[in-house]
Design a protein around this ligand. Structure first.
Ligand code: MEV
Length: 315
């Protein structure tokens, strides 16, 4: 019996969430310290394909759960691989990315499973499905999670590279002239991206001029952040995060828990902090000078964050 393992990282959006749904740019980076891991093992002949996700107590048969997002990722990868009959496989997927926390756990689970299917098929190099194919599959699954995904989550998780993203355009890499540290902190409050994105959509329909102006403002901050990152002006990033957070508050996607932890991080020396992902819970990110990382991380833990991850952007 052969076993194949594949992984995909978590992600954080540095600037531009929500506005990116409405064609403004966003910047996101992978977070390799947390990941989804899919293990695919050949099963006994005739047993079909079973998918287990112990973290969410899911155990499903591919043939009887066609619409389930876990099954969809595997089914699309099987179709892409040109396999006609259901294969006899046991696929187990685990993840240490917080679920419903804005760190791309759903996209990473789909990407890890699609990567495992393709790796298990042992294609010769010239026939191996590209990252673009995996990205297309994961985007299809993302559409099951929420109706209007911009595509940024699947893109950063699949390519596992920092991306400058504008909806409908090919993702671009960008230069990081000077590495910087982020502390990521989990409020422990689960947040449904689908619900938050659709609330924002409804509010924008009611008040389109105000929302378009806010999205333009977020777009301008994101452009300024790209320039700061490309020129090594790390000191500019904190104030830009503060400004991005101020606009996210105005579209009503922050929360008491996020605001409390953001204030704690800034008091402890972070130069700026903001929510990351859909908001109303989930994770926040803080840009922190390297000598303040431990102080900020401890303050967040003491202040009630249920988990923290420190990551360096750039190398
Ligand atoms: C979710 O991680 C990011 C949002 O901008 C939604 C999306 O881009 O699809 C809130």
């Amino acid at each position: 019996m052969t076993t194949t393992t594949a992984t995909a990282p978590g992600k954080v959006i540095l600037f531009g969430e929500h506005a990116v749904v409405y064609a403004r740019p966003a910047i996101a980076v992978p977070v390799a310290k947390v990941k989804a891991t899919a293990t695919l093992t050949d099963a006994l002949a005739g047993t079909g394909c079973t998918i287990s996700a112990p973290d969410i107590c899911a155990h499903i048969r591919l043939s009887s759960h066609q619409q389930d997002p876990l099954a969809l990722a595997v089914r699309l990868a099987i179709e892409e691989a040109g396999i006609e009959a259901e294969p006899d496989w046991q696929i187990t997927v685990r993840s240490d990315i917080p679920i419903a926390g804005g760190m791309g756990s759903g996209a990473a689970v789909s990407a890890a499973m699609a990567n495992a299917v393709f790796a298990h098929c042992r294609f010769p190099a010239h026939r191996r499905p590209t990252d673009e194919t995996v990205n297309r599959i994961v985007y299809e699954v993302e559409k099951r999670h929420h109706a209007h995904p911009s595509g940024i989550d699947n893109t950063v998780v699949v390519y596992a590279q920092p991306v400058w993203f504008v909806r409908g355009q090919p993702p671009q890499r960008f230069d990081i002239a000077r590495p910087f540290h982020l502390v990521i902190a989990d409020t422990g409050v689960a947040s449904s991206t689908a619900a938050v994105v659709s609330d924002v959509r409804r509010a924008r329909e009611r008040d389109s001029q105000v929302y378009e102006e806010i999205f333009d403002g977020i777009g301008e901050i994101t452009v300024a952040a790209r320039q700061a990152i490309a020129s090594g002006d790390v000191n500019a990033l904190g104030p830009l995060m503060q400004e991005n957070q101020r606009l996210l508050r105005q579209i009503n996607v922050s929360s008491e828990a996020l605001e409390r932890l953001i204030a704690i991080a800034e008091d402890a020396g972070a130069s700026g902090a903001k929510l990351s992902g859909a908001g109303r819970g989930g994770n926040l990110i803080c840009v922190v000078e390297s000598d303040s990382v431990e102080k900020v991380r401890k303050a967040l833990q003491t202040g009630g964050a249920v988990g923290t991850v420190v990551t360096q952007v750039g190398s």
